[in-house]
Design a binder for this molecule. Structure first.
Ligand SMILES: Cc1ncc(COP(=O)(O)O)c(C=O)c1O
Length: 419
């Protein structure tokens, strides 16, 4: 069954990709489902669903605990997944990979474990205005407790960073710089190497939130120049409930545990305990081995498609979407089509609440996100309270963009504006 029209040049790879996602074969009220909310969570390919099912059917036990064969297989599956994540990030040391529930937990781990123990009154933490609440509120909280000052570095009105702002805000006294690789609202790619270089020049530790970049951009920790990075598996074609923190070994080794309990100890007595080496020190309690196996399967699936193909497809859909949407009447697009982009376009329809827009699109089986996108300070900075966001993954097509634009043309009519 052919599910999508071919791309320019007659390439049919996209048909093969889309076929691998069971949920994308669904119809909603007799209409083809058009999933444009991959920034919130991606769909999962069959290969990932099969790997998770295989784990639970054949290898399921509590990793790192039992000595019987099934438990050994569970441990091996979990630890092999760590090895695959390390290779995915080009991390030289496997123990630098800490499994978490999601990017949020990974960022909180850094804030509470590194931040609480390294920051004091008089220090500064710098974060960008683009941040998702997950890379802002942990720093607000840690600054509140330690007395450090939270400094925000702003973007230009189009969402890009100026060198002047980076130099003005990331100055001596800043001990940590945390920023997003890709804005979850505007889809713009941040100048990582520039910001990381500035952070290190003033002696700060640098944290990169890769929640929105990991599915689109090849991450290489030997080149990014940051000290920690975090991402969520569920935005990377993997199961919910598995995420990753990567950190430089020398920093992770100095940090105290974030959560304490089973499996993260070396030895426990009635009144005290000592910690297991990395990565167990940061993995308290029973871990999501099935999720880790699914994440490793997703990485293998991504590698089989290749980041070059992913980037080429997504760039084509993004450019096509920007061109088509920018021609629609009564529609405002945010950000800029210039520069590097990954995965998202934010917009509003004149005189229509974004939630109304998303509900009207849903009647055409077009799924977009509406709201503040967990980035309220950014929306406030943009003079907005809410907007819509169409976000893309490798399975999206120009046909999906056509469905979005046709449906958007109906919005104002539905709301009684006539056009
Ligand atoms: C840029 C960014 N950072 C962090 C997060 C938090 O991800 P999670 O909810 O999976 O922890 C998100 C989620 O949308 C995000 O877009």
């Amino acid at each position: 069954m052919k599910l999508r029209t071919t791309w320019e040049g007659g390439c049919s790879l996209i048909d093969e990709i889309v076929k691998q996602f069971p949920l994308l074969q669904m119809q909603q009220d007799g209409k083809r489902l058009v999933y444009l909310d991959s920034g919130a969570t991606t769909q999962r390919p069959q290969a990932v669903l099969d790997a998770v099912q295989h784990f639970y059917e054949h290898d399921n036990a509590n990793p790192h605990r039992g000595v019987y064969q099934v438990a050994e297989r569970a441990t091996a599956a979990y630890e092999d997944s760590r090895t695959e994540v390390a290779a995915f990030l080009n991390a030289q040391k496997k123990e630098e990979i800490i499994f978490t529930r999601n990017a949020t937990e990974a960022l909180n781990l850094i804030a509470y474990s590194w931040g609480l123990h390294n920051l004091k009154a008089g220090d500064k933490v710098a974060v960008s205005i683009l941040e998702h609440h997950s890379n802002l509120i942990p720093w607000q909280q840690v600054c509140r407790v330690t007395g450090a000052e939270l400094v925000i570095f702003y973007t230009n009105p189009d969402g890009t960073f100026s060198d002047e702002e980076i130099e003005k805000k990331i100055t001596k006294g800043v001990k940590l710089v945390a920023f997003t690789h890709v804005s979850n609202v505007l889809g713009l790619v941040s100048p990582v190497e520039k910001i990381a270089a500035r952070a290190h020049a003033v002696g700060a530790v640098c944290v990169l939130d890769c929640a929105q970049s990991a599915p689109h951009i090849k991450l290489d920790v030997t080149k990014l120049g940051v000290d920690f990075l975090a991402f969520s598996g569920h935005k990377l074609y993997s199961p919910l409930g598995i995420g990753v923190l990567w950190g430089r070994k020398e920093l992770l080794e100095e940090m105290p545990p974030f959560l304490t309990g089973g499996d993260m100890i070396e030895s426990v007595r009635e009144q005290n305990a000592t910690w297991a080496p990395l990565p167990q020190k940061f993995e308290a309690g029973t871990q999501n081995a099935g999720g880790a196996v699914g994440l490793a399967a997703a990485i293998r699936w991504i590698n089989s498609v290749g980041f070059e193909t992913i980037a080429r497809r997504e760039r084509d859909v993004y450019n096509y979407a920007w061109e088509k949407l920018s021609k629609l009447p009564h529609l405002t697009l945010y950000g800029t089509p210039e520069g590097e982009h990954a995965g998202a376009i934010a917009f509003n329809v004149d005189e229509a609440h974004p939630h109304d827009v998303a509900s009207i699109l849903d009647a055409d089986a077009v799924c977009v996100r509406a709201g503040h996108h967990c980035a309220q300070p950014l929306l406030h900075h943009m003079g907005l309270t809410a907007c819509c966001r169409a976000s893309f993954a490798v399975y999206n097509t120009r046909e999906d963009v056509d469905a979005l634009t046709e449906s958007l043309l109906k919005v104002r009519k539905w709301l009684g504006y006539g056009a």
